[in-house]
Design a protein around this ligand. Structure first.
Ligand code: SAH
Length: 256
């Protein structure tokens, strides 16, 4: 009898952004196969587990993924609860498809627990809503890098959040201009979103290259379009003054 593999979204790096459900699975885990995650406090949530770091740094990517797939199957055959802990949300640029396929092939049961993806943590840090009434009706989550390592940038939504663009912000800015986004489009870059040391910066699209130094070497997302604009102070609402109110009252009283 094989055990259960639970894919848990760890959130963007700070342990307190994991879901309660995710934390409960960590507490029950026999083994945790974890991505390279920022906050060591996540480990304390899995006191009985053997913790295996499977961050892909230093391996060829394809080889590393095949090894992780095989490890998942192997651990699930030997333990009741295997947690596969992934940064952010497992369904967003997390290679979940490959890992689910490997487990399906082996007939192993799975569950997926969602997590806070980097785009949402960035919006929270910025206090800039990703959707805006009337103007920002759609949001796209896009990887800036295609499977061949090329830069892929287009215009698919009112607000578009680019992942994995950190090393090529200047090129991303140029590609987005070529795809039809105007030079003055608001852009926000947030690195280590959700963490106490997050850094956020605002730019026009034609100035995006200037963000490179500030966020160098840190995981970053780039929000482009309506959702990157700072929230403007609301116009004062017209509140009826006292005279108006008494008018209303009088009208009511004298109405037939
Ligand atoms: N599954 C993850 C994304 C993995 S892809 C999620 O849902 O967030 C890795 C990319 O995610 C990085 O290149 C970076 O663009 C982004 N990222 C991950 N953690 C981040 C963080 N704390 N702040 C900003 N961007 C982050």
């Amino acid at each position: 009898m094989s055990g259960l593999v639970v894919f848990v979204g760890a959130g963007p790096g700070s342990a307190d952004l994991i879901t309660l459900r995710g934390a409960r699975w960590l507490a029950r885990a026999d083994v945790v196969l974890a991505d390279a995650l920022a906050d060591p406090a996540l480990r304390e949530l899995a006191p009985r587990a053997r913790w295996v770091d499977v961050g892909k740094r230093g391996f060829g990517r394809a080889v590393a993924q095949a090894r992780i797939d095989a490890m998942l199957v192997d651990e699930a055959r030997r333990h009741a609860v295997v947690v596969r802990l992934k940064g952010g949300d497992p369904s967003v640029f997390g290679r979940l498809e490959e890992e689910l396929q490997a487990l399906q092939r082996a007939g192993i049961a799975c569950e997926v627990v969602p997590g806070v993806t980097a785009a949402l943590a960035a919006a929270a840090d910025l206090q800039r809503p990703l959707t805006r009434r009337g103007r920002g009706r759609s949001v796209a989550l896009t990887t800036a890098v295609t499977a061949d390592g090329d830069l892929g940038a287009g215009r698919h939504a009112d607000t578009e959040v680019f992942y994995m663009a950190g090393r090529q912000l200047g090129a991303l800015g140029r590609a987005l201009r070529a795809a039809g986004w105007p030079a003055e489009t608001p852009v926000a870059v947030v690195s280590r979103a959700g963490a106490p040391d997050h850094v956020a910066s605002s730019h026009r699209l034609d100035g995006l290259a200037q963000a490179a130094l500030l966020h160098a070497g840190r995981p970053a997302v780039v929000t482009v379009g309506v959702g990157a604009a700072a929230v403007a102070p609301a116009p004062r609402r017209a509140v009826p003054d006292r005279a108006d109110m008494s008018d209303i009252g009088r009208t009511a009283i004298t109405a037939p």
